[in-house]
Design a protein around this ligand. Sequence first.
Ligand SMILES: *Cc1c(COP(=O)(O)O)cnc(C)c1O
Length: 417
Amino acid sequence: MSASRPPSVDALARSLVSCGLPHALLVEVARESIAAGDWEHAAARAAALAQSLLQPVINASGVLLHTNLGRAPLRPSGNGRPVNLEFDLATGRRGSRQSSVGGLIARLCGAEAAIVVNNNAAAVLLVLASLAEDAEVLVARGESVEIGGGFRVPEVMEQSGARLVDVGTTNRTRADDYRRAITERTALILKVHPSNYRVEGFTEEATVGDLAPLGVPVVSDIGSGLVDATCPWLSAGPPRWLNGEPAARQTLDAGAALVTFSTDKLFGGPQAGVIAGRADLVARCAQHPLMRALRPGALVLSTLQDITLAYLRRDVVEVVPFWAMAAATTEDLERRARALGVGTPVALDALPGAGSLPGITVPSFGVVLDGDHAEALRHHQPPVIARVRDQRTYLDLRTVDPRDDDTVANAVRSLLS
Ligand SMILES: *Cc1c(COP(=O)(O)O)cnc(C)c1O
């Protein structure tokens, strides 16, 4: 195309068709390029627009729950038919969108009842608004935390209408500190798992088991949604890197009235939040007017149901991509790294991600390339997300679906050729 005379908008738009964008968007790109006197670069503008759209990527970063990649990966399901979201097939009348999946999650966690909302931040907000509006909630000073993405315990508390009462000190809080803070205005004790940092040294924490006998309902925000600390769905038992991570079943067994957690972290599901525990308290949350604003749709609830059924069948490793990644042995990963036929095989430390398990690494294996190839790999189709350190590019296979190994190898070959 000549640099001096602009092409017609239509001709320019038609020349961009290979990038796959709808014609209306290509017309806009063509118009903008011509207006800016930059029509020679219209193809690059169209490619940049295409790259900004949501699309499947290959996560070779070694971060299992990569928040910027939507945390737990999922396989698409559904076949275009509607689902009986609020339709009772037995009676033909209106049903409840919460009863089916809520009931299954309750059974899974050993709870009397459970409901699902849009995320764990919503779960905590709904619990506080439903059970502690205009009342006091006791929180240990060491647990008055910011989880990331703007989730700060004192601010969520304020939005809910509950009053935060700080208890103990930053590093040490005992059951007696809570006992002395209880008044007739106390509605709840809230425990928040400090998912993304760790206090070490001279520390002391009152456990759910210590607090349950105080006579105030204990709500435990366990965060990551590990269902059961014994991981009965893993034939080899829980991996070492999960040591000490609070789990829903054990926290309820220890006497928590409610637990709240995300379903897109260690649960391995879509973005949602769960409130599980005492039936009377769960019912009050379900009846609060905020519930209407916080409820998930059919897509999320049916995916969550598939995953919950996998836990109940115990075929989690086959069905839930996160647990397939977590359960892979380093021997498997090393074999795959050697079979790639590109780069130099290398032992790596993968990370749990999603701001959970701070300082913990997961033994892994992958390949390393000389030089920084992150950008070129991001431009591959499908994009491959790698990690770069000291002018070397690392591709960690723990977070790559084995069915994508050939694609990763081809992406590396094409950038080296
Ligand atoms: C991750 C996390 C949250 C926020 O959960 P979202 O599902 O991202 O809203 C809240 N509390 C704890 C302890 C967490 O780990």
